[in-house]
Ligand binder design. Structure first.
Ligand SMILES: *[C@@H]1O[C@H](CO)[C@@H](O)[C@H](O)[C@H]1NC(C)=O
Ligand SMILES: *[C@@H]1O[C@H](CO)[C@@H](O)[C@H](O)[C@H]1NC(C)=O
Ligand SMILES: *[C@@H]1O[C@H](CO)[C@@H](O)[C@H](O)[C@H]1NC(C)=O
Ligand SMILES: [Fe+2]
Length: 479
C-alpha cells in the first residue's frame, strides 16, 4: 500500500515538473501550450457589441474613480444621435434616486469620423462602502446601473483589484473579460492599450473605439477601471491628418488627475481602501525637469504608508522584461525612476505592452552610473516586484519568444492570455495571482503572498522593540 502511494506521488511530481523548464538558478519558463483562438477582432455585428434599445440610448457606459480618496466616481457614456441630457440620477436604492448631478458633453472628429456625444459626470461626496444605483438617458431610452464605493482609507482595509492589459476586442479579449468578471475583484487597474482601434484606418478607427467601449461596458459600467495610456492610444496618424497624440483616448477616458495635482490626465494618483496607486505615462516626457518627473517626486513624498500601506505603480512599458518583444524599451524609464521605486519601497509595479506574462524577483539595478559601478540587476529586498500582464488578448496575438537563457531577474514567464488579481488582506499581507484563461475560473497559474514593503519590516522591527522593552521591564521587575 505504502509503495503504491509512493509511486503515485513520484508520478505526480514528475507531471508537475514536466510542464516547467528550469534555466539554471534563474526562474521558470512555462512550456504550457495555450488553446488556439484566432487573434482576430470579433465582427461588429456580434452581440458583444450590441447597441442598446431605444432612440439615442446611452451606450459605452464606464466609470472611474473621481477623486483622490474614493468618495467620487466619474460616469462616462455616449449618446449617438443628439447630445441629450448629461444628467445622472443616483441614490442608495434602485427605485428612488435622491440625488442628481449634471455633467458635461463633448464630441470630436477623427478624419471624417464624427464621434457621438460623449458625456462625463462627476458624482462626489459619496458614502464609503455603499452600493449606489444610477440612471442615465432620457425617457424610454434611459438605462440603470450600479456600483459599490470602496471602504474608507484605512491601513487594514481589505480590497481586491484586478489587473488587465492590452485587451483589444478579439475572442481572446472576451475570454479574458469573462474570466476577470468571475474573479470577484472590485476594481480594475488597466495597464494601457485599450481598443487597438489604431490598427484600423480612416473612419474605422472611431468605430472600433465605440465598439470596444460597448464591449467592456458589462464590467466597466459597474466598477471603476483605472486607466493608463499605452502606445495604441497615441494614434499619431499623419496620413489622414491626425497628429494630436491621445486624441480619442483623452476625449473618452477621463481620469481624476487634478485631485492629485497632476497637470495631465495621462499621469495621476489615487488612494483606494489601503492602496496608493500611481499611474505613469510611458509615452509622455519623464526625464528630469519635466512635469511628470516633478509630479512623481512630489507624489512619492505624499505617500503615507501609515494610512495606505500598499504602494502600487502602473505603467505601460515594463522595466524588467525578458521577452524578445519590446526588449529594453523600459530602460529609459528605468534609468530615471528605478532609484525612487527602491527608495520609496514600492510594493509592486504592473505593466503591459508585452503580450505575455512575466514576474520578476525583487531586484534592482541602481548601482551603476556611467562613470563607474556594476551594471547588472542584483537581489534587493527594498525593490518592487515587477509584473508584466500585457496578455489581455488583442489582435496582435501572443509574444511567444522569450530570450534564452532566462535572465536572473525573471522569476516566472509564460506566453498565455490572462489577467491578474491582487487581494489585499490587511497592512502586511496581499494574495497575488495570475489567472490563465485556458484554466477557466480561478485557477492560479502563478500565485504568491506579497508582504508589504513598509509594514512587513516595520512590524518585525516593532516586535523586536517590544520584545526589547519587555526584557528591560523584566530586568527592572527582577531588580
Ligand atoms: C459637435 O456637435 C455639434 C452639435 O451637433 C456640431 O455642430 C459640431 O460640429 C460637433 N463638433 C465636432 C468637433 O464634431
Ligand atoms: C557613481 O558611483 C560611484 C561608485 O558607486 C560613486 O562613488 C559616485 O558618487 C557615483 N556618482 C554619481 C554622480 O552618482
Ligand atoms: C493579515 O492577513 C494575513 C493573511 O490573511 C494573516 O495571516 C495575518 O495574521 C493578518 N495580520 C493581522 C495583523 O491581522
Ligand atoms: Fe503596447
Amino acid at each position: 500500500m505504502g509503495s503504491v502511494l509512493m509511486l503515485l506521488q513520484l508520478v505526480l511530481t514528475f507531471f508537475l515538473f514536466w510542464g516547467l523548464v528550469k534555466n539554471g538558478d534563474a526562474g521558470i519558463t512555462s512550456s504550457f501550450i495555450r488553446t488556439e483562438w484566432p487573434s482576430v477582432d470579433i465582427p461588429l455585428d456580434n452581440e458583444v457589441f450590441a447597441v442598446p434599445d431605444g432612440h439615442n440610448a446611452p451606450q459605452q457606459v464606464h466609470i472611474t474613480q473621481g477623486d483622490y480618496n474614493g468618495e467620487a466616481v466619474i460616469i462616462s457614456w455616449v449618446t449617438p444621435d443628439n447630445p441629450g441630457s448629461s444628467k445622472v440620477q443616483y441614490g442608495v436604492s434602485k427605485a428612488k434616486y435622491d440625488f442628481t448631478a449634471e455633467g458635461t458633453v463633448t464630441n470630436y472628429t477623427f478624419y471624417k469620423y464624427k464621434s457621438g456625444y460623449i458625456h462625463h459626470c462627476l458624482l462626489d461626496g459619496l458614502e464609503y462602502d455603499t452600493k449606489y444605483y444610477y440612471k442615465i438617458g432620457d425617457g424610454d431610452s434611459s438605462r440603470e446601473f450600479w456600483f459599490q464605493t470602496p471602504p474608507m482609507i484605512n491601513p487594514d482595509a481589505a480590497y481586491k483589484f484586478g489587473i488587465i492589459g492590452d485587451l483589444g476586442q478579439t475572442y481572446n479579449s472576451l475570454s479574458t473579460l469573462e474570466h476577470y468578471m468571475q474573479s470577484e475583484a472590485e476594481a480594475v487597474l488597466f495597464v494601457g492599450d485599450l481598443s487597438y482601434a489604431d490598427r484600423y484606418k480612416y473612419n474605422d478607427v472611431g468605430v472600433r473605439w465605440d465598439s470596444w467601449a460597448r464591449f467592456v461596458e458589462r464590467s466597466a459600467a459597474y466598477q471603476p477601471w483605472m486607466w493608463s495610456a499605452g502606445n495604441h492610444e497615441i494614434e499619431y496618424m499623419p496620413y489622414m491628418g491626425e497628429v494630436l497624440p491621445f486624441k480619442s483616448y483623452l476625449h473618452r477616458y477621463p481620469t481624476p488627475h487634478s485631485a492629485s495635482k497632476s497637470s495631465s490626465p495621462l499621469w495621476y494618483a489615487i488612494r483606494r481602501a489601503s492602496a496608493h496607486i500611481i499611474v505613469l505615462s510611458s509615452y509622455s516626457p519623464f526625464v528630469k525637469y519635466t512635469p511628470q518627473y516633478i509630479w512623481l517626486y512630489n507624489e512619492l513624498e505624499k505617500v503615507n504608508r501609515e494610512e495606505t500601506p500598499w504602494l502600487i505603480v502602473l505603467m505601460h512599458v515594463p522595466i524588467y522584461n525578458s521577452n524578445e518583444a519590446h526588449f529594453k524599451e523600459g530602460e529609459s524609464m528605468r534609468s530615471v525612476f528605478e532609484e525612487w521605486f527602491v527608495r520609496y519601497k514600492v510594493d509592486i509595479i504592473f505593466a503591459g505592452h508585452v503580450h505575455a506574462y512575466e514576474r520578476s524577483y525583487r531586484i534592482s539595478n541602481i548601482h551603476y552610473n556611467v562613470s563607474t559601478g556594476n551594471c547588472y540587476p542584483v537581489a534587493d529586498k527594498f525593490a518592487p516586484v515587477y509584473i508584466t500582464v500585457g496578455d489581455g488578448g488583442n489582435q496582435e496575438g501572443l509574444a511567444a519568444k522569450f530570450r534564452d537563457p532566462q535572465p536572473d531577474y525573471s522569476a516566472f514567464r509564460e506566453a498565455s492570455y490572462g489577467h491578474s488579481t491582487l487581494e489585499i488582506k490587511n497592512r502586511t499581507h496581499a494574495f497575488y495571482q495570475w489567472n490563465r484563461n485556458d484554466d477557466g475560473k480561478q485557477v492560479a497559474t502563478d500565485a504568491f503572498v506579497l508582504h508589504n514593503q513598509y509594514w512587513a519590516n516595520n512590524l518585525r522591527r516593532r516586535k523586536l522593540k517590544k520584545h526589547h522593552l519587555r526584557s528591560v521591564a523584566g530586568w527592572i521587575a527582577t531588580q
